[in-house]
Write a protein that binds this ligand. Structure first.
Ligand SMILES: [Zn+2]
Length: 280
């Protein structure tokens, strides 16, 4: 599932190649992708309008439109946003197509084999009703910045296992399974440490690890795993997966200490990889 670095990479692509281009017409194939409203609402809401910005909160992409509405895209498990020449064959599972004005005949395609993803047009003044989950998102470490003192308050104010805390989108928005495991390894902290047991120096390490891990992953264009669909807007995969130190490395030797084997357990209901020697 795409996480903050992958969604941020798509956001940057939208900023470069989608913002400012008139949407001339709209096709919606599978209705499940627009299930929150309707096929007609998405076609009416996007035809003849132009996105004025590309923003991201957690894993949500948000494009304010010159009509006053906003478009939200969530990739969920397998969604992809592509901008392709009109002349190129559409991939299987292309559910929404936005024809874009411009010197090149291009279209934005929302492709989603598993159909958990969504495209929504909503009124930002009524977001609490139309997109209520946006109001429940916690601090986005990249969009909002996340200071050490904010993190200290978030971890010290509750007794939660660190893995569960990092995955909780209402506390910190955007981190999923890959970046939770990589962040905790970089911070040398175990997934099951209770958040309010961290010493100040450990909070500092966790703070640094969140920013370092996410920024390195964004710089690498995110992670493209062998079993996922994630690519950027031009169809290119990311390469941060070659820098993973624990994620999906069960039974392999630890790249950090070289003296222990990566273990896999279930924590917070999710597969969790860690080094028992490096992480305490
Ligand atoms: Zn190790």
């Amino acid at each position: 599932m795409p996480e903050l670095p992958e969604v941020e990479t798509v956001r940057r692509g939208l900023e470069q190649r989608f913002v400012g281009r008139l949407i001339e017409h709209v096709e919606v194939g599978r209705e499940r992708t627009v299930r929150r409203t309707s096929r007609l609402a998405v076609i009416d809401g996007l035809t003849g309008v132009t996105a004025t910005a590309a923003q991201r909160r957690g894993k949500y992409l948000i494009c304010p439109l010159d009509s006053g509405d906003s478009m939200m895209i969530h990739l969920r498990m397998s969604g992809r946003v592509l901008i392709d020449p009109v002349s190129s064959p559409r991939p299987l599972h292309t559910h929404v197509v936005l024809h874009l004005a411009g010197p090149e005949a291009e279209e934005l395609r929302f492709v989603d084999p598993r159909t958990f993803g969504e495209v929504v047009v909503y009124d930002p003044d009524n977001a609490s009703v139309e997109m209520p989950e946006l109001g429940r998102l916690g601090i986005d470490p990249i969009t909002d910045g996340l200071s050490r003192s904010q993190l200290a308050a978030l971890v010290g104010g509750r007794s939660r296992q660190l893995k569960a805390l990092l995955l909780d989108q209402s506390i910190i928005a955007g981190i999923g399974n890959i970046y939770a495991d990589e962040t905790l390894h970089a911070a040398r902290l175990r997934h099951d440490r209770l958040s309010n047991s961290l010493r100040p120096v450990e909070v500092t390490r966790l703070h640094q690890a969140i920013h370092d891990t996410l920024n390195a992953a964004i710089a690498a264009g995110g992670s493209t795993l062998k079993d996922t669909q994630y690519v950027d807007i031009g169809g290119q995969g990311g390469w941060f997966q070659v820098s993973h130190r624990v994620y999906d490395r069960e039974d392999q030797s630890c790249l950090t200490c070289g003296r222990a084997v990566i273990r896999r357990v279930i924590a917070a209901g999710r597969s969790t990889c860690f080094c028992p020697r490096c992480q305490k």
